[in-house]
Write a protein that binds this ligand. Structure first.
Ligand SMILES: Nc1ncnc2c1ncn2[C@@H]1O[C@H](COP(=O)(O)OP(=O)(O)OP(=O)(O)O)[C@@H](O)[C@H]1O
Ligand SMILES: [Mg+2]
Length: 206
């Protein structure tokens, strides 16, 4: 089996920027792919558009089920084949996002959201998760400052984003072996360097 590495954290914490840079660095010595959630493949990108681009009101359980459905297809079609051939997967968000956003912040319940995700992922959890730790306000301001288009979830009230961070903190306490915290308030260069060290140390010990 290969190694499955997910990137988690609030909006604007640097996940996508750092992931792309680490992909370029690792690509020279490892069989590695980068992908993202929701999305990564055609069916799941269609579900992503439903989830993130529409301003229509969506029932919160419908939202959780669509995220889980997108995750299932992405896992089967893209992540598992790469892991089965011994490769590395760098994935921008995975199941922890659903537990924090839908389970905790939307108050569906972490255990309930974990149950529908268990159906979707059949216990394929990441081997390593990097958590990009930054206050919600800092991340949201980065997105604003850089004029990135904001999506349906970015537009939630600040209280929602605080709850997302609380949800993540609970997961970090629950899975201290799997989830490694990166101080993402530092300069981008330092964040990249810290994240790279965590991944290389991990790959050297497996
Ligand atoms: N450490 C940093 N210091 C300053 N700016 C940063 C830092 N990390 C990322 N940025 C900038 O912040 C913006 C948001 O970063 P990025 O899109 O990587 O975040 P993200 O975690 O992927 O967000 P989202 O969850 O919304 O996808 C980008 O314009 C990026 O260049
Ligand atoms: Mg991103």
């Amino acid at each position: 089996m290969g190694q499955f590495i997910s990137f988690e954290g609030p909006e604007g914490s640097g996940k996508t920027t750092v992931l792309k840079e680490l992909y370029e660095r690792l690509n020279t010595s490892y069989d590695v792919i980068m992908t993202r959630e929701p999305g990564g493949i055609k069916i799941s990108e269609s579900i992503r558009a439903l989830l993130l681009d529409s301003d229509d009101e969506m029932d919160e359980r419908t939202e959780a089920l669509l995220f889980a459905a997108a995750r299932r297809q992405h896992l089967v079609e893209k992540i598992l084949p790469q892991l089965n051939k011994g490769g590395i997967v760098l994935c921008d968000r995975f199941v922890d996002s659903s537990l924090s956003y839908q389970g905790y912040a939307r108050e569906i319940g972490v255990e309930e959201v974990k149950a529908i995700n268990e159906f979707a992922i059949e216990s394929v959890y990441p081997d390593l998760t990097l958590y990009f730790d930054v206050p919600a306000e800092v991340g949201l301001n980065r997105i604003k400052d850089n004029n990135r288009d904001s999506n349906r979830l970015d537009k939630e009230k600040i209280e929602f984003h605080h709850k997302v961070s609380e949800g993540y903190k609970q997961l970090i306490a629950e899975y201290p072996e799997r989830i490694k915290v990166i101080d993402a308030t530092q300069s981008l260069e330092s964040v990249i360097e810290d994240a790279y060290q965590v991944i290389v140390n991990f790959l050297n010990q497996v």
